[in-house]
Design a protein around this ligand. Structure first.
Ligand SMILES: [Zn+2]
Length: 56
């Protein structure tokens, strides 16, 4: 998974955003990641994004 780190010192935060989905899909800079996941994936595809809290 490709990650891009962006620091915003004034806000004191560091964003880590995905530049590429595990499925191979490449995000454009301003594309909302959630749209791709909602359209092309279910929570089961990307366990880290699931907040159901259950275990396999
Ligand atoms: Zn994907």
């Amino acid at each position: 998974m490709a990650l891009k780190r962006s620091r915003y010192p004034l806000q004191g935060v560091t964003y880590v955003r995905m530049t590429k989905c595990p499925c191979g899909y490449e995000f454009s800079d301003y594309e909302r990641r959630s749209e791709h996941f909602l359209e092309d994936h279910t929570a089961d595809d990307v366990p880290g994004l699931s907040n159901r809290g259950d275990r396999a």
